[in-house]
Design a protein around this ligand. Sequence first.
Ligand SMILES: [Zn+2]
Length: 163
Amino acid sequence: MSDTMTPEQRHRCMSRIKSKNTKPEMIVRRWLWKQGYRYRLNVSQLPGRPDIVLPRYSTVIFVNGCFWHAHEGCDKYRVPSTNADFWQAKFKRNRERDQRNYKLLHKMGWHVLVVWECQLVAQSRSSTLIALSRRLSEIFLDVHKVKRYNSVIDDDVALAAEP
Ligand SMILES: [Zn+2]
């Protein structure tokens, strides 16, 4: 963190750092629980320490804050105008780290789903959660059917993070 921040900037910045039990994550967790999904939280042995782990679905879910995870093209993600270079570099690292973790998880056989904070605002929350549930049903069928070939499963829906 840069020393040239004003106390007010620093406070704003620090208050964004609280990563545990953030509201967006709680929205997803509460909803999954109500739907009958059972999960584990913040499994530290897995790359990137996914927020939600659904072992029966071979699926991990990241609920990403748009600012820290640098959600491209999103209103909630803006590079601060002071120390722009510092922030640019930081966001680039965060993005690269995320992609690296998603790839590792994928290689380990996990499906990686990413839910963005902005997809959970009131107007889009229910459609996001329904899409998530639909995706989990598809994955469940995939995981529990006999694998006929060794193909890489392509998670090409909006919620998925893999390229
Ligand atoms: Zn966003």
